[in-house]
Design a protein around this ligand. Sequence first.
Ligand code: KIV
Length: 272
Amino acid sequence: MSDPGQLGNPHTLTTFSRIKREGGKFACLTAYDYCSALAASTSGISLILVGDSLGMVMQGHDSSLPVTIDDIAYHMRCVKRGNQGALLVADLPFMSYYSETESLRNAAILMREGAQMVKLEGGAWLAETTRLLTERGIPVCAHMGLTPQAVNHLGGYRVQGRDPAQGEAIIAEARVLEEAGARMILVECVPASLGVQLTQALDVPVIGIGAGPGTDGQILVWHDLLGLYPGKQAKFVKNFLSGNPEGIQGAIREYVRQIRTGEFPDAEHSYS
Ligand code: KIV
């Protein structure tokens, strides 16, 4: 299958719907600056996320909670200058979408800086916000499963949806968000079987991180793909730079290749 981004055509939401329809796979990556966005978008990455993970990997905090809308706006500005055709998604950080007015105001700031979609963490309670943003031309990606902004409520960074009832609730709430207009769902840290069920239940593309090989797309944090972040790694993290003779761009190309062929994530990097 051709990759429009590789042929010089920018990725749009239509690109991702087509990839899903055709049963293809796409690769996504976070980036926070000019050079990482340039390397990612010229090495086969279809979607770049300016994620609030920057609170940990760029700022050294122990969670994403301290990240502000100004932080995301600054990094989106840098990423936009390097990007060569990947779809640009920006995280709405903690407490930046607690009311409808705040959601609109903050999403507009990120769209003006170059975002083409915003990502919000939560379930069915986001339906009204999703509808409001969508009706005003701001595409929404809903982040479900493990939602790191709720780490204190969840009691840690734990696998979600292991209990069948919880898994069914995630699927039901994703349907509500799709109905409200969400154009993508990102699901983090769930059993691989739930990743498959969710992907089959929805018409919109599903991106997984720690959700097994069955989702339409995969995403990793830049620093995890390159083995730069110290400390204990999540099970789904794989260092693609280690042993790769072609350096950073070679590592990204190998990540893209393994996603497209279904080699990544394997059982070792998935939850059962
Ligand atoms: O903030 C982020 O980088 C994310 C990824 C973990 C998907 O949300």
